[in-house]
Write a protein that binds this ligand. Structure first.
Ligand code: SAM
Length: 264
């Protein structure tokens, strides 16, 4: 059985000491009723995993001593997701599942057909999405939390995508996603073999990055699709049926993550 894991923000770590606060403290102290001296596992937002011992359970925080520290696992292929902002429960669902699959960054997209209102820069929603990601990571054993970005428009998103292989899911155009991944994998392996024959490449320099963008409930406009294509995105399809945006996002992430799992 997997040991219970807790999230600690790295700002709360002064190695070997750390503190669990807020929801994590509440979960440990009041839900699981852990006791002083018990061993737990914690992870931080950088993907570092620690074994720890509970030193003191206070009213508002738990003090722990970190006993071991493991470096974060390396993502062979970094997958980022641009997601037209969906209605609350669909957005929550996609963030939860994308976290389980190890997506590195999630960009909530303000598109022409986005209907969800984001007040005051969306701080409240972003906080909620980050908490959903923490819960999903705790539950699934994933240690690499996605970075949940502030909502951006298509232009800002495109600026963030340089250097990545760029795909967007389209119900109206493009080749089948699987075929696009086969082509990307071939490009990746030829670029890895040429970089390793020309120099002693490090693993980080050979890290590949893919961005997958998914439209909101109302879909992309034709203008947005053309704009993305003109900025180096390739349209890809999940088949002939019009899937709900959350179905498309979940399937797209799962297919890409599973395809590249364990591939370098
Ligand atoms: N407004 C559109 C309509 O009613 O015809 C449907 C938009 S669809 C619900 C929302 C998003 O899901 C699309 O922008 C696209 O990113 C994705 N999507 C849905 N079906 C897809 C498919 N078969 N292949 C690829 N992407 C799909």
């Amino acid at each position: 059985m997997t040991a219970k894991r807790f999230f600690v923000n790295s700002s709360e770590i002064k190695f070997p000491w750390a503190q669990l606060k807020g929801a994590e403290h509440h979960h440990l102290a009041h839900v699981l009723r852990k006791k002083t001296g018990e061993k737990i596992i914690v992870f931080d937002e950088k993907g570092r995993l620690y074994q720890a011992e509970i030193i003191e359970i206070g009213k508002n925080k738990t003090s722990i001593r970190l006993l071991t520290r493991e470096s974060p696992p390396v993502r062979e292929v970094i997958i980022n997701l641009g997601l037209g902002i969906l209605k609350a429960k669909n957005m929550d669902l996609v963030i939860q599942k994308a976290t389980e699959w190890g997506v590195a960054r999630i960009f909530p997209l303000l598109t022409q057909r986005t209907v969800v209102k984001m007040s005051e820069g969306g701080e409240k929603k972003i906080k909620r999405w980050r908490q959903i990601a923490v819960e999903a990571a705790k539950q699934s054993g994933q240690v690499l939390l996605p970075q949940i970005e502030k909502p951006v428009n298509l232009d800002q998103f495109i600026q963030e995508c340089s250097g990545a292989e760029k795909l967007f899911l389209s119900e109206t155009k493009g080749k089948i996603l699987w075929q696009a991944l086969e082509e990307l994998a071939a490009t990746f392996s030829s670029s890895s073999s040429s970089s390793s024959s020309s120099s002693s490449s490090s693993s980080s320099s050979s890290q590949k990055e893919i961005i997958l963008a998914v439209g909101p409930e109302g879909g992309w406009t034709e203008e947005e699709q053309n704009y993305m294509i003109n900025h180096g995105f390739e349209a890809v399809s999940l088949g002939p049926y019009i899937l709900r945006a959350e179905t498309a996002a979940l399937a797209g992430v799962a297919i890409v993550a599973h395809y590249f799992m364990g591939k370098s």
